[in-house]
Design a protein. Structure first.
Length: 105
């Protein structure tokens, strides 16, 4: 009976140890960064928009200059999803509607 109780306690620990074992070399190796493809965003090309009020014309300019396929606009403090899209430009606006940040993702 005591052996069975001990086995019940030890089995989960062995499973956890198996999951925690590091690969050879000690750390998981990340592969090379994905290659840039057509439609990938380049936020450096949108820095001209900082401090400007976002309108349809500015939106079209940043979309064209960054190579992004889509633009996500949000206000500082808004909740946004954490999903990543290399083809999306994110524009953060302040309360007055001026662009305060341009980033990809």
């Amino acid at each position: 009976m005591m052996f069975r109780s001990l086995a019940i306690l030890v089995a989960p620990l062995l499973l956890l140890q198996a999951c925690a074992t590091a690969p050879e070399g000690g750390f998981a190796q990340a592969g090379p960064p994905p290659a840039t493809t057509a439609g990938d965003c380049n936020a450096a090309q949108a820095q001209f928009a900082l401090g400007r009020t976002l309108d349809d014309n500015l939106r079209a300019q940043v979309l064209s200059s960054t190579g992004a396929r889509t633009v996500r606009v949000y206000r500082t403090g808004d909740a946004i999803t954490m999903d990543f899209s290399a083809q999306r430009l994110n524009l953060e606006l302040d309360a007055a509607g001026k662009v305060v940040k341009a980033s990809c993702g």
